[in-house]
Design a binder for this molecule. Structure first.
Ligand code: PAF
Length: 278
């Protein structure tokens, strides 16, 4: 496995990789969710590249950039054991050199839900993903359904800018009690960790109503919200959304494919999750 930190070396190394090439972009602190992306990429491509970069532009000033979990040696060992061919692990200066002044703005889609709670977050994501795709030029790129809005933003980015990359969504990996795997779960105290599966239970409750034929989005939102509200350790519920799966616009009646999503805070840890309908 080759590990590279510079854009130029990475671009020339991937040029000699047998195609198709699949890219798994990550911010490190790898868990089974990331490894599911790698395994899918391994199955569908001749070569696999992964990137490890904690992207500063997608963190707000009050967010956890400084404390975000980092363990490069462990991450590299995991990627190597999964048969990854090349890892791109640039420094912030390599990605954002002096004079860097371009941003990719995903528009309205980047301002709803997570975008409203984290202004500028999706501009940072769209900018770095555009850069990663330009440096590595893969045929396919793999993203987790866990970050459902990020996936929708990246699909739109690919479409709008004709990037010519197949965006592949990989289902969320969950612990046995339903909690979606996330690098941020590491921040939870044991007590908070025990309470956290309520998030998935609330989403499943909404999905069950939909399975039973309920098509009023407000009824689904209220049911999920009530379950979350009953958990005293959940200090803040940012939103419970039932939105069109492509545009992420809130629905009244659920007509086509939808995403039920929520963001809630356990202590200072903000967790997000979603389930798809239809
Ligand atoms: O999902 C992530 O880990 C990040 O948002 C991504 C896509 C690697 C961009 O920094």
């Amino acid at each position: 496995m080759i590990v590279l930190t510079s854009n130029n070396d990475t671009t020339s190394s991937v040029r000699s990789c047998p195609r198709p090439l699949g890219l798994v972009p990550t911010m490190g602190a790898l868990h089974e969710g990331h490894l599911a992306l790698v395994r899918r990429a391994r199955k569908e491509n001749t070569s696999v590249a992964a990137s490890i970069f904690v992207n500063p532009t997608q963190f707000g000033p009050e967010e956890d950039l400084a404390t975000y979990p980092r363990d490069m040696d462990r991450d590299l060992a995991l990627l190597e054991s999964e048969g990854v061919d090349l890892v791109y692990a640039p420094t912030p200066e390599e990605v954002y050199p002096p004079g860097f002044d371009t941003r990719v703005d995903p528009g309205g889609m980047g301002q709803r839900l997570e975008g409203a709670a984290r202004p500028g977050h999706f501009r940072g994501v769209a900018t770095v993903v555009t850069k990663l795709l330009s440096v590595i030029k893969p045929e396919r790129a793999y993203f987790g359904q866990k970050d459902g809005q990020q996936l929708a933003v990246i699909r739109q980015l690919e479409r709008d800018l004709n990037l010519g990359v197949e965006i592949v969504a990989v289902p969320t990996v969950r612990d046995s009690d339903g909690l979606a795997l996330s690098s941020r779960n590491a921040y939870l105290t044991p007590e908070q960790r025990r309470a956290a599966p309520v998030i998935y239970r609330a989403l499943t409750q909404a999905r069950q109503l939909w399975d039973e034929g309920e098509r009023d989005a407000a009824v689904l939102r209220a049911a999920a919200h009530a379950l979350l509200k009953a958990e005293p350790l959940l200090e803040e519920i940012d939103y419970v959304s039932v939105a069109d799966a492509d545009t992420l616009e809130e629905m009244g009646r659920i007509e086509g494919p939808a995403m039920v999503s929520t963001a809630a805070r356990l202590g200072s840890t903000r967790l997000i999750d979603n389930v798809l309908l239809g």
